[in-house]
Ligand binder design. Sequence first.
Ligand code: HEM
Length: 422
Amino acid sequence: MAAHPHDHHHGPLLYINQMLDCYDISPINGFACGGTSITTFADPSFKPWLQTASNLPNLISSKKLRSTIDSWPHLSPEQLVSLEEYRLAYLLLGHLVHAYIWANLAEESPCPRIPAPLARPFLEIVNELEVPLGICFASTALWNYTLDSEGKEGCVVGFTGTSDEVHFNLTSRRVEVAGAEALTAALKAARVAARTDKETVAEVQKLLKQVAQSLGQCKVELLKMKDGLDPAIFYHRLRPYLVSSQALPDGVVFVTDTDADDRYQLGGSTGGQSSLFQALDILLGVQHSDASGRAQFVQSMRRGMPSGHARFLEDIRVLPSIRTFVQNQVKAENGAEELVATFNAALDVLKTYRDSHVQVVTLFVVTPAGKTAAADGNNANNPGSTANFDESGSTEPRGTGGSELFSLLKGMREDMKEARLG
Ligand code: HEM
């Protein structure tokens, strides 16, 4: 952590803004910052990357994507001139890697062998930026954002060319932006909780109310997902590109033309990689148990985050605990009923968010999966279902990150009850 958590030279606000900056997090937009504000490269030799990415949906449908990438010239990221350009390249090439693997899955087999003109620069960029290989929630949602001079929002790159995909990405990002205030308020509360003066209780209480209010807004934004995303388009057209590579038992080969071509597993993109909800769990004292496998799930999702965000989640564990502070007020018989109620209310709003998320998952994953299985009589011929269904033959839908959906999502909700006080 850049500044020591007990450093009292600045007030909480300044201290927190400085700290967030070190992890590529913004006090205004939370984890949804640090992407790219450019959509083109200074050096015209990168044109093949831009042209292929902007034409991605057409190249997929005309079945020319793979041959186009195979014939790319070798371009080195050393010619990229700024961090912004590196990030733009990461967004474009990451989408192209996933498209290369999963293009036209209904008719063609996946192709888990990324050719050198794409593999080599992409591996270098990923190492340089310390970001997940392939796509991740940051590259499809958090950073995949453009704002034109008329104030119209859009995405840098997409697989399907549909407005549904743009809506999916922008809505996911809006959930994150709506939660930025919850993040900063909870961080401030953790910092204030280290103090012992008599204003502390009132201050923590005020901040917990802000946490609850902001999380309520996350839910409002999440529920707007249905206003522009058709479940069939999401499930059948977009989701096949978002999946991890776990359906490919030997992983994905990145051809580098060196002696050994390395094999990798790609994590895909899922809201489970949202650092916001992991951060709030930590700051509010919600624990996910090892025995249930949920602690491992939470850890595994961090491999799908930019390194700064994952490091932030490690580092905030040492901050003073808001929950312990509230508990101590109860022990000291400080008339803490209102504080306890406010703390519980913040947890309850987070739980309500998770209730709404389960509804969203039902609408966009479970229902279309059920319809497909019913139409097929079983799921064996379901295009794109390899990553969505358990190899054991279980028909329980699995998430894009590959989890047994319901036991996981319900368990994450149950864990919130344990954190309540009183
Ligand atoms: C169409 C919209 C969405 C669908 C279908 C969906 C689906 C899923 C699925 C299947 C999982 C299980 C993990 C896995 O991928 O294996 C999951 C987990 C999760 N998703 Fe989403 N998701 C959606 C939108 C979002 C958004 C917008 C966010 C937040 C910005 C989000 C946050 C989370 C979180 C935090 C988890 C981890 C479980 C938890 O903490 O309760 N999801 N989601």
